[in-house]
Design a protein around this ligand. Structure first.
Ligand SMILES: [Zn+2]
Length: 298
């Protein structure tokens, strides 16, 4: 499933990678095998490969056409990147740009790039390697991301402060995928909630990283929430207290996840996480404090 619509806003999914990742007991904190197994059938095979006991997920970007303005939300892992902290995403050679072209967008057609946060798998195609230098992939685009996340990882400022897990997975990421945008004058740092375009808001949703952003899209009375890594797997829509091991501020991540899910239920929003399989989006319903994800809402 690759094409979606919210009111008069067209949305395309641009896939970069799919595959098996960690076993669920290594993927989540607060994990209960018993609770997971109760729901495993709902997740198999689109979100979980039972025989291998592996989380199954995607790297994907979202291309929005907002009355002619093209927004790319999250940019995957990128090609050619050295990734000692997470070799699975190092040295990739995918045809992501061809898939983007198949959706009708060349690099020079992208007006705005938004990174939900600055982890390795959300910033990769910000840049590409040309003649031995990392240069912005989308030459006309404004690149928007959080000032807080920049401050966490930028080694040139006084006190970069990544968590242990953030420092581990993000080795070399800032240098090859974020710093070149700052140097080229193409980055715009988001401090607070921002109305990017009519019907498109960037909303701080801290926890997974300190500066994580969600994009709230509204058109024609419909809502979509592009939630990045607020959650990685549908089990977290049932049990919002389960963090991924990559969540940098665990208490805040749980609170943000719960708030987002309740908001999504109230708005009857389509929720687009960064890494979901299936139809790559879901809705959530709420009965008291019980949350139930509808994984095939279309
Ligand atoms: Zn991610």
């Amino acid at each position: 499933m690759d094409t979606y619509r919210i009111g008069n806003i067209g949305i395309r999914r641009v896939e970069e990678w799919q595959g098996e990742f960690l076993p669920p007991d290594q993927m989540f904190t607060g994990f209960s095998r018993e609770l997971f197994d109760q729901h495993a059938a709902e997740f198999t095979p689109d979100f979980y490969h039972a025989e291998q006991d592996r989380y199954f997920g995607f790297l994907q970007s979202w291309l929005l056409d907002v009355t002619g303005t093209r927004i790319l939300f999250d940019t995957g892992a990128g090609n050619d990147k050295p990734r000692p902290g997470i070799p699975l995403f190092g040295g990739l050679q995918t045809d992501f740009l061809q898939r983007l072209a198949d959706c009708g967008a060349r690099p020079e057609d992208i007006d705005i790039v938004v990174c939900s946060h600055l982890h390795v798998d959300h910033v990769g195609w910000n840049t590409r390697l040309i003649d031995g230098r990392w240069v912005p992939t989308f030459p006309r685009a404004r690149y928007l991301f959080s000032a807080v996340d920049r401050a966490v990882w930028d080694p040139t400022i006084a006190q970069p402060c990544p968590s242990e897990i953030g420092a581990a997975v993000n080795q070399q990421v800032f240098e090859d995928s974020v710093a070149p945008l700052l140097e080229a004058g193409r980055a715009e740092l988001i401090e607070d909630e921002l109305e990017l375009l009519p019907g498109i808001r960037l909303v701080p949703t801290p926890g997974h990283t300190p500066g994580h952003l969600m994009m709230h899209v509204t058109s024609g009375g419909e809502h979509a929430l592009f939630v990045g890594d607020i959650l990685h797997h549908p089990i977290q829509a049932r049990y919002p207290d389960w963090n991924s091991v990559f969540c940098e501020h665990p208490v805040q991540a749980r609170q943000t996840r719960r708030e987002m899910l309740h908001q999504a239920a109230a708005l009857e929003a389509l929720v687009f996480p960064a890494h979901f399989g299936g139809q790559h989006c879901f809705r959530v319903s709420r009965d008291g404090n019980t949350l139930t994800p509808d994984l095939y809402p279309l």
